[in-house]
Design a protein around this ligand. Structure first.
Ligand SMILES: [Zn+2]
Length: 105
């Protein structure tokens, strides 16, 4: 019984993570409220850590690891592709943190 309950909790947590990311992105792109978007991202990270749910790759690489900003290409981040290493390097323009992401995750 406990195992199925745990699986259900993880399922709910991952659903909530998706919803929170959607809200954060809409808040940042639509209303330009970075503070509220950052709060949603922090909440999303907390839920992910508490229930030990991995963030989906689209969400993982769509958020700055250092300052929890939602990363939007052409708005607050730059993406360079390094062909030899087969990675893309995303630089957050808010805090200058760089993140490596595989080209084909
Ligand atoms: Zn940042």
């Amino acid at each position: 019984m406990a195992k199925s309950n745990k699986g259900m909790l993880k399922e709910i947590a991952s659903e909530r993570i998706g919803i929170l990311y959607g809200i954060a992105r809409n808040e940042f792109v639509g209303n330009g409220d970075a503070r509220l978007a950052t709060r949603h991202v922090k909440l999303m990270r907390k839920i992910s850590m508490h229930y030990k749910v991995k963030l989906p790759k689209a969400i993982k690489y769509g958020v700055c690891k250092k300052c929890n900003y939602v990363l939007v290409q052409g708005k607050n981040c730059t993406v360079r592709v390094v062909g030899k290493k087969k990675v893309s390097i995303t630089t957050c323009t808010n805090c200058n943190a760089t993140m490596l992401a595989p080209l084909r995750p």
